[in-house]
Each structure stands twice: as C-alpha cells, then as structure tokens.
Design a protein around this ligand. Sequence first.
Ligand SMILES: NC(=O)c1ccc[n+]([C@@H]2O[C@H](COP(=O)([O-])OP(=O)(O)OC[C@H]3O[C@@H](n4cnc5c(N)ncnc54)[C@H](OP(=O)(O)O)[C@@H]3O)[C@@H](O)[C@H]2O)c1
Length: 267
Amino acid sequence: MAIARRSLIKRSAGALTLAGSGRLAHAAENLRPVVVIGATGRSAGPIIAQALEQGRRVTGLARRPERLTIDHPNFTAARGDVYDIDSLSDAMRGDEVVISVIGRGLADVDSEPGYVDLYSVGGSATLQAMRRKGNKRIITMTSGGTEQIPPAKPTNGDPSDEFVWRHRNVYGDMQRWERILLRSDMEYVVLRPRRLIDGPIQNNLKLSVHRNHAAFDERSGGHRSSVTFADVAAFTLAQCEGNGYLGTAVGIYSDVYLGALPEASKD
Ligand SMILES: NC(=O)c1ccc[n+]([C@@H]2O[C@H](COP(=O)([O-])OP(=O)(O)OC[C@H]3O[C@@H](n4cnc5c(N)ncnc54)[C@H](OP(=O)(O)O)[C@@H]3O)[C@@H](O)[C@H]2O)c1
C-alpha cells in the first residue's frame, strides 16, 4: 500500500482542522508534545525538526545533550540514559508522547554483537518512567530485521539475511522489547523500518501492519529496499495523534532498491 504524505496526515485526524475550501491545516495547539529518546541519533534529527515545524513542544533526551545544537523556544534538551529511570522520568511531564529511537550506533556491519539488552531493559525503564509520570503513548523503533531472524547461518547469499544473522542478538533484543510492549498497559506503535537513508521526503512508504507482531515469523516485503529518515519521521509524528496503528508493529519499506548498503544505513 503506497502511503502519500497527505494520507498519513489524514490518519491523524485529531491533529488537523479543515480550513476554508477543505484544505488540511495543522492545528498546532492540538498536537501533542513529544519526548524524543535517543535525540542525538540519525532518526531523531528529522523527527525533532519536523515536530518543531509542526509547533509541538519537544524534549530531546540524550546521554550527551551538549551535542544537541537545536536553538528553538519549544525545544528542551535533557540529559538521560535509558538505563536510568529517574533521568527518564525527570524529562517527562506526563502529557507527552514518548518517541524512542535508541540504537547502538553505526557498528561495523561485519561485526557479530554479543548479548544486547538496550531495547528490552532500556524500554522497560522507559515504560516505568512513563507510568511514574502518567505518559500513555510510546512510539518506538525496532527494525524490519526483527520480522524473521534466520534460524541458522544463511547460505542463500542474501546480504540482508546475512546481516540479520550476524546481528541476531540485536534483533533478538528488539523482539524481547516488542513482547514487553505487547503485554504492557501502554498505547504503543512499533516501527520496523528497512534501510534508512538521508534525503528529502519521497512520499513512497509502503507499510505492512503486523497485528500479531510478536510472532516474528514473516518477512513483510521490501527487505532490501530503503526509506528516508524524513519519510519515517513524518509517519512517526502522525502516530502521535492517530490511532490506526496502535498495538501493532508497522513494517516500513519502499520500492526503492539499493543494491549496496548505503553509508547511512545498516539494517
Ligand atoms: N539506520 C538504519 O538504517 C536503521 C534501519 C532500521 C532500524 N533501525 C533501528 O532504528 C533505531 C534508530 O536508528 P538510528 O540509525 O537513528 O540510530 P543511531 O543513529 O545509532 O542513534 C541511536 C541513539 O540512541 C542513543 N542511545 C544509545 N544508548 C543509549 C542509552 N543507554 N541511553 C540513551 N540513549 C542512548 C544514542 O545516543 P549517543 O549519541 O549517546 O550514542 C543515539 O542518540 C535503532 O535501534 C536502529 O537499530 C535503524
């Protein structure tokens, strides 16, 4: 299903007003504030920029907030670590949608990481902090790689399968995190993008909605495609008000195939 930006916006109808001749216009006062966890990361940049453009109040939580050079009256930088519940709850007021785009950085694509608990433990701490402050909604990014981790080292020569296999401990922890969310009391949307690249909005997202998302037994398509950080940011922010994808994991891909792994991408 090709999703144009306009239809993404329509899905978040609560955030919009119909102005004049039916033109859609944002009603900034109806847009929820957001706390972006992982604010120094590549996904976070366009999310924060677009959220500020929309008129939202934005808090960016980072281990090193001094790296955030955003100068905007609606932006607050907060120091925090997802392993530290107090630092997370200190950054929340209770009315924000939490957007968690934490990750492990640009690892060597040929590496084979050992045990990972960033997503499951950091995610659980985030939920604890949200309960403490009364935040109800979280939008979190895992990856298309969670959809199917090969049961054994692949021999089909597919570089994506080989990448997912080498990073099975990362995707395995993303799966743990998704299971935690499934059993949680939160409104959530899991985003599972395929390769993310820099560039302007393309309006070319294809979505695959996984309602039984903890089954992890299907690859939804486009596993060698790419999507821009900007398009995924727009979709992410639309979920702050929209209810259409609550309680699901959304595979996000496109028809744009990139044969080689682009520099800004790893999975
Ligand atoms: N990039 C892709 O192609 C792609 C595709 C599909 C899925 N994903 C997944 O999507 C997520 C976001 O990707 P990305 O490329 O935007 O990631 P990224 O650029 O590596 O950013 C990750 C962010 O998480 C932060 N972080 C790490 N550990 C933390 C901790 N303990 N407490 C607080 N913050 C912490 C990092 O902060 P520091 O600056 O302090 O390190 C950084 O800001 C990742 O989980 C990634 O695996 C990425």
